[in-house]
Design a protein around this ligand. Structure first.
Ligand code: RP5
Length: 165
């Protein structure tokens, strides 16, 4: 199917529905910036065929960036990166047992040759994954580049000079 105006250019995938409270922060920033995206649950361990179909079909589906979040034995971002040359941004979800340090190390320690751009654990990582995905898409979209610049300026303007402001 040829890519159209409303075709998602960013996919947010996560290993479990339980990752959504974290990954929602990536979706929120993309919505705010007007980046067409979709969100889906794809588990490296529980739905390996779904993961493979998604990763191998991502480019032909019109996607340009993939944000993948997972927790614990967080193999999803790396496995997706092994099956597509699209940029993959990995978000370590904060786990109950090890506070997301397991997720972080699972995602960040990729072998040379199969890159995953790994963000911080949790909400900040998801938000920054959304911003980074928008920055990548903005390289070829002047309107988005302006919206992103405006967003960054508004953030700067919102920082008070003193604790009494
Ligand atoms: C991972 O296992 C998911 O990404 C999630 O962070 C974690 C726990 O999943 P649930 O047991 O909550 O479904 O695959």
């Amino acid at each position: 199917m040829p890519a159209g105006h409303d075709t998602p250019v960013v996919a947010i995938v996560m290993g479990s529905r339980s990752d959504w409270p974290t990954m929602k922060h990536a979706a929120d920033i993309l919505s705010e910036l007007g980046v067409v995206h979709d969100c889906r649950v794809v588990s490296a361990h529980r739905t390996p065929d779904r993961m493979t179909d998604f990763a191998k079909g991502a480019k032909d589906a019109g996607l340009k960036v993939i944000i993948a979040g997972a927790g614990g034995a967080a193999h999803l971002p790396g496995m997706i990166a092994s099956m597509t040359a699209l940029p993959v941004l990995g978000v370590p979800v904060e786990s109950a047992a090890l506070n997301g340090q397991d997720s972080l190390l699972s995602i960040v320690q990729m072998p040379g040759g199969v890159p995953v751009g790994t963000l911080a654990i949790g909400k900040a990582g998801a938000k920054n994954a959304g911003l980074l995905a928008a920055s990548i898409i903005a390289l070829g979209d002047a309107g988005l580049a302006q919206r992103l610049a405006d967003w960054r300026q508004a953030q700067t303007d919102s920082v008070p000079h003193s604790v009494e402001d």
